[in-house]
Write a protein that binds this ligand. Structure first.
Ligand code: ADP
Ligand code: MG
Length: 348
């Protein structure tokens, strides 16, 4: 019986799935979240409801755990850094700080000679006026964005006047890529510098929110190899420990671009729970808790459908699943439009 207690900052569905994976490995989980009704409280061994800047509560949390990880990248850097003085935080807080910031993240990726979209920093409306070249584009807040939040698609300069953009925040303007496809690569790097990598997953978004993922991705051999190589370079350069996801764009000329990095387990990897011998969640727990690495084996092709807002209702009411279908309800109290409520994985 293992004696390890894993602390998880953030209590969303990713925290739930990490807790379930940990339980299977006999690891206790303590989830710390600022939302009283966080889904993960249903799955963890212990739940702490407190603000991320509550020093006393953070200190109590640290005393109870052996290692800390996070399921949500917008945890204040100060919290991660303070925690790291008491117990190891993995992946390292400095990695999270880098990736939390869209500008620093893209600068880092470009330094590795890896292609991203064209981008420019924007601090005021005036900054945007000469930038016709970057349009059509998407204006994104440099920090705190997720699931398309804090993003403004802009077709032409005139639209800037009509959009109510809060320039107290810092933005980047990204040139729109003429997308053929989006894929993601999930990799788990262990402390001994070894890693397990999943094959590229093909993703479809609706309104900037992930709707559908599948393996195998229908991509060329060139893209298959390049996306994995780039994910490995990024994980290596960061000396990353844990599971990381790289989101990619493929344009109509079959050019690959890194869109962004998620320093955590990722929605597109939910299908790894049923389609591989070791899921992205189990791999993450194994890596951060220094458990044995297991060679990854694919068990099946698969697709995953996110159930967003009301789409969960028929599944909750009339649950008749085939043997190859797996439904997961995140147990969120309130159904909200654009909110990820659950998912369905189908093995093929
Ligand atoms: P989030 O942090 O909200 O996931 P992303 O930057 O990944 O933000 O954007 C969400 C989605 O919006 C992408 O997966 C893609 O479908 C679309 N998108 C974002 N930026 C671009 C771009 N520069 N060109 C084309 N599509 C984009
Ligand atoms: Mg994204």
């Amino acid at each position: 019986m293992s004696e390890i207690t894993l602390g998880i900052l953030g209590g969303g569905q990713l925290g739930s799935m990490l807790s379930i994976a940990a339980k299977k490995l006999n690891i206790k989980t303590i989830v710390y979240c600022n939302d009283q009704e966080a889904p993960a409280r249903n799955f963890c061994s212990e739940f702490i409801h407190a603000k991320y800047d509550d020093n006393d509560k953070i200190y109590d949390f640290a005393k109870k755990v052996d290692v800390v990880t996070f399921e949500f990248e917008n945890i204040p850097f100060k919290t991660l850094n303070e925690l790291n003085k008491l117990k190891p935080v993995l992946p390292k807080p400095s990695i999270n700080r880098l990736i939390q910031h869209r500008l620093a993240e893209k600068d880092f990726i470009n330094k590795l000679n890896i292609r991203t979209t064209r981008y420019v920093k924007i601090e005021s409306k005036e900054d945007m006026l000469p930038l016709e070249d970057f349009l059509p584009g998407i204006l994104k807040t440099t920090t705190m964005g997720y699931d398309g939040k804090g993003q403004y698609p802009i077709k032409n300069i005139r639209e800037i006047e009509t959009l109510k953009i809060d320039f107290n925040k810092e933005y980047i303007l990204e040139k729109l890529v003429k997308l053929k496809k989006e894929i993601s690569v999930i990799i788990t790097r262990y402390k001994n510098n070894k890693y397990e990598i999943y094959e590229p997953i093909e993703n479809t978004h609706e309104n900037q929110i992930l709707r559908h993922s599948k393996i195998p991705a229908e991509i060329s051999e060139k893209i298959f190899k390049q996306s994995k190589e780039w994910a490995i370079s990024i994980a290596e350069e960061l000396k990353y420990v844990g599971t990381l996801c790289v989101e990619f764009f493929i344009d109509r000329n079959d050019n690959l671009y890194v869109n962004e990095i998620a320093p955590r387990v990722h929605n597109s990897g939910h299908l790894t729970i049923n389609a591989f011998n070791v899921s992205q969640f189990e791999n993450h727990v194994r890596a951060v808790c220094s458990l044995k690495q297991i060679e990854l084996k694919k068990l099946s092709n698969a697709e995953m459908i996110n159930l967003i807002g009301n789409q969960i209702i028929p599944y909750r009411e009339n649950l008749r699943l085939n043997d190859n279908q797996f439904f997961f309800d995140y147990l969120k109290k309130e159904i909200k439009e654009k909110r990820k409520m659950g998912h369905l994985t189908i093995l093929k």
